[in-house]
Ligand binder design. Structure first.
Ligand code: XIL
Length: 347
């Protein structure tokens, strides 16, 4: 109905000579239904998606990506293995491709990620480092990468997944070699390299209150008290129907806001055990609606990013065998009930 109306109106405009010429091109399309980004912007928030380089050759995919969201995260292209594959040799190909694509579509970029224990290059993990050697390696990596993207990204996930489930520091190469101070150092180096980028800590399983989220709250409070340049905490929100909805999400976001920090849902997906049924997809839709509403209810929740937008390119089936269907668009790029739920939450 809406489409037919759009067609009819377009025909009228063409007849009236209004659809032709540069003036008509510059005018906003009067019948285009608002995108998720448009709806989020009315609340002063963004709605984002991750993407990855291999899928950028899929033009139907990039068309939707370019129109529906206003924030982009490279799913892999800015990780250490991609950006510094040999020590001191930097490769910006994948990250740049995504930053350029975002720029062409007037989208911002949440950059991901500088310090993590995963997807590190072999040269870094296959030998022993003294603390002073590793500190220099880390400083150079952060400084070089953040400088390269200076002025081109809205935010950085500076440190990713620093805590274990029980709230103790994860025993990563960084923690084991440098101690907990690596987090403040990383934030300071990133801030020096790009004073305008918003700097985040980011993790999963911290959506609900609990030991891991408490650890972030304690750390964030301590960093703020010490004047370390921390701007926000990212809640990945890789959720799974079989584990239940994190009902304390909204309160949890709010307690981080009270520390004077931004929050964001940074890698949302809601997976399920396959096959997907109508019931599971309906349940998934309510989760997407509720998590979006939770962000909107908390003033300093800056926005929501889904970890790609279509099941066609979701990381879930490869990492959680037997699970999938986690995103708001299906494998044929058709919107699922979760997409309508997002629209309702944002309206
Ligand atoms: C995932 C990517 O989506 C995959 O393509 C890759 O093979 C592994 O990493 N938490 C994060 C992201 O912070 O970087 C991860 O991305 C998903 C979990």
């Amino acid at each position: 109905m809406r489409l037919r109306l759009a067609g009819a109106l377009a025909a009228v405009l063409v007849t009236a000579g209004l659809a032709a010429g540069p003036a008509a091109q510059a005018a906003p399309d009067p019948v285009r239904q608002p995108t998720l980004a448009d709806l989020a912007e009315r609340h002063g928030r963004y709605f984002g998606s991750a993407t990855d380089n291999p899928e950028l050759t899929d033009t139907a995919y990039t068309r939707l990506l370019g129109s529906e969201v206003d924030m982009i995260t490279p799913g892999n292209g800015m990780k250490w293995y991609a950006t510094e594959p040999q020590q001191g040799v930097f490769d910006w190909t994948d990250g740049d491709e995504i930053v350029d694509l975002a720029r062409r579509h007037h989208q911002k970029v949440r950059a991901h990620t500088l310090v993590w224990h995963s997807q590190l290059p072999d040269w870094l993990t296959s030998r022993q480092w003294t603390a002073s050697e590793l500190r220099a390696v880390l400083k150079k990596h952060i400084t070089t990468e953040v400088r390269h993207y200076r002025g081109k990204v809205y935010a950085w996930d500076v440190v990713n997944e620093a805590f274990d489930e029980d709230g103790s520091y994860r025993e990563t190469i960084w923690y084991k070699t440098l101690g907990p101070g690596y987090i403040a150092d990383a934030l300071r180096w990133a801030h020096q390299a790009d004073p305008h980028a918003r700097l985040y800590l980011n993790d999963y399983n911290i959506e609900a209150t609990g030991p891991k989220s408490d650890a972030y709250h304690r750390l964030a409070k301590d960093l703020k008290a010490r004047g370390v340049p921390l701007d926000g905490v990212g809640f990945q929100a890789h959720l799974a129907l079989q584990y239940g909805y994190p009902a304390t999400l909204e309160d949890n976001l709010r307690r981080f806001s009270r520390l004077g920090l931004d929050t964001a849902l940074t890698e949302v997906d809601v997976r399920m055990q396959l096959p997907a049924t109508e019931e599971k997809l309906a349940e998934q839709a309510t989760w997407y609606r509720d998590l979006t509403a939770a962000c909107l209810a908390v003033r300093r929740c800056a926005g929501v990013t889904i970890w790609d937008y279509t099941d066609k390119y979701s990381w879930i089936p490869a990492f959680f065998p037997g699970e999938g269907a986690a995103l708001p668009w299906d494998e044929e790029l058709r919107p699922k009930p979760a997409y309508q739920a997002l629209r309702e939450a944002l309206r």
